[in-house]
Write a protein of this length. Structure first.
Length: 334
């Protein structure tokens, strides 16, 4: 019986694609190849055209070839390639899937938002020490095309990684920027339109997720970690500082609003922001602020205590993909 497996996970989202190789055993996972991230903007104009742009596909294929080179240097027991929001919406996704299969030898799995939410929750909470954070947890995975809200781990009758409610909203940094924030910098009218759109999606999400039960918010994804790094004054991004950092929500609101209202040229002066996020980080920031505020208000209404801070996490969907896939391979071999 195998006591461990080596697996590669690839998370292909609307804005970025990530690769991670890790050894998975009964105790969890240990990295072999730490996360490699490339911003490919696969979701370019998908919200409007419902198709992948040719140049977006070329960027995706270039990253896939790079990942194939990395994987050729490591013996793995399996590869899982997961595609999310943009691919769910693209009418020409079969072309993308065929080419990725040629390059990497594995066909992309286009997973539904509910599974994306579950895997994000698994990745975010699998590394949480139970005595450090108060359950239940609300994990927010804010991507380029979609944002997942997941509540779980009540701390008494369920393990920390058990999901009690999840919902995937069709809003994210790229969608909000392309849909509403078209001026540089955005006008107040555009910001108001974006907030109305976001709030309508949150209203629907709260019908499916009991957000008020949450005691701790864990934010994952590039928008959350980038805005956290900016809030704490990092001049260059450092994941070792950001991962696990607890930030007061008032500081998050202030930094989100500041960068939302900046021009792209002004944002470019901040080396903390990945160049591929310069144009869309404002769209992500407004989503993040609204989610934080609405979840905090729901907690106040439910049990009389607002949530006054959140925890930024470098662990999310990609970690969940690797851990879940490794566990399934181990179960098959048992």
């Amino acid at each position: 019986m195998s006591t461990s497996v080596t697996v590669a996970g690839i998370d292909c989202g609307t804005n970025s694609i990530r690769l991670k190789v890790a050894r998975v055993d009964e105790h969890g996972m240990s990295e072999i190849v730490p996360r490699i991230l490339r911003v490919i903007r696969l979701g370019q104009d998908v919200d409007k055209t419902h198709r992948f742009a040719d140049e977006a596909l070329e960027r995706a294929y270039e990253a896939a070839h790079e990942f194939a080179g990395v994987l050729a240097e490591h013996q793995v027991d399996g590869i899982r390639f997961v595609a999310t929001s943009a691919t769910r919406d693209a009418e020409n996704r079969e072309e993308f899937e065929d080419e990725i299969e040629k390059i990497l030898g594995v066909r992309p799995e286009v997973i539904p938002g509910t599974e994306e939410a579950d895997l994000s929750f698994l990745g975010a909470t699998a590394v949480v020490r139970r005595d450090d954070l108060k359950p239940p947890f609300m994990v927010v995975d804010l991507g380029g095309g979609s944002t997942e809200l997941v509540v779980g781990g009540d701390g008494e009758h369920a393990p920390a990684t058990q999901v009690q409610g999840a919902y995937s909203m069709n809003i994210g940094s790229v969608r909000m920027t392309e849909r509403h924030l078209k001026t540089d910098p955005p006008t107040q009218a555009e910001i108001d339109e974006a907030i109305a759109d976001i709030d309508a999606h949150i209203d629907e999400a709260f019908k499916h997720v009991d957000a008020g039960k949450a005691r701790t918010i864990i934010g994952v994804s590039g928008t959350v970690t980038t805005m956290t790094a900016l809030a704490i004054g990092l001049t260059e991004y450092d994941h070792t500082v950001v991962d696990g950092y607890r930030l007061p929500v008032d500081e998050a609101y202030a930094i989100d609003d500041k960068f939302l209202r900046m021009t792209r040229e002004e944002r470019r002066a901040y080396k903390t922001i990945h160049p591929g996020r310069i144009d869309v980080v404002g769209g992500g920031a407004v989503v993040w602020s609204r989610v934080l505020q609405r979840v905090s208000e729901a907690a106040q209404a439910d049990h009389g205590e607002p949530i006054d801070s959140f925890v930024a996490s470098e662990h999310g969907l990609l970690d969940g993909i690797v851990l879940d896939y490794g566990r399934r391979l181990l179960a098959e071999r048992a």
